[in-house]
Ligand binder design. Sequence first.
Ligand SMILES: [Zn+2]
Length: 292
Amino acid sequence: MDLAAVFAFLIEHPSTTQLALFAIIMISMWSIEHAVLAKSLRAKWRHTLFNALFIAPALPIQIVMMMLCAALAHWVEEHHWGVVQLLPNADNPFIRYGVMFVVLDFLDYLYHFSMHQVPGFWRFHLVHHTDEALDVSTTVREHPGETLIRNAFLMLWVLLTGASLEVLFLRQAVETAVNILSHTSFRLPPRPARILGWLFITPNLHQTHHHFERPATNCNFGDVFSIWDRLFGTFLELAAEDTVYGLDTHMAAEQARTIWPWNVAPLPGAVPSSLFDRVLITSETAPTVPSA
Ligand SMILES: [Zn+2]
């Protein structure tokens, strides 16, 4: 099989490829979770179907934004736009793929950090955090407003960096796989978790991010690499027995369920603003939870 031809075909259809990859990994991991871990099929289905409701309003936005992002990456490359063009040997594969992949991952860390720290963004992102039973279906629990913001940030990163469609495609494929895997109910045993966690965001680290209260909620913002969290002091490991999923402001199941994709309407006045008054990480709120 001519791998170059396969890659060329896939990259000519980036939106379809990314959605197909997303669906294949999601369904595979859901089935494995169910086969290995599910104690109650009924409860897992109920949880999955509720989270699946978020797909309907978000999918059209995702498709349109992906097409716009691909068009922008084409434009950026044709016009030699972006910071990458300032580097010597910008076309060197090491820079074009390796360096740009790492830079885009850092920018995704900044994006996720901003979603937690900017009150206007947190209003949308908290919907993802209100899930009280983490599994792969939590991956699609995203307010459509966040879908818009996430893709707008990605377009901004493409415009700033000059990322090519190829590296964008590569990065989105890896990011999709890591993002779905990090939302699974599985945990790695302590030793492999520690070794992999030196460099990568593992399910264990992302589960810590879904702990119901700060400082854990404001830790492990990384997408593929965990190095940014280590560098900027937002790295934290919580043991499974110390991890409780959900969000302290929305812990009652009935309250969490009112977060429907079409009525959460995180507009000023739609809910008491105190729910969203989340403070930034400060020295007073620095991680105090014991490490695993
Ligand atoms: Zn988050």
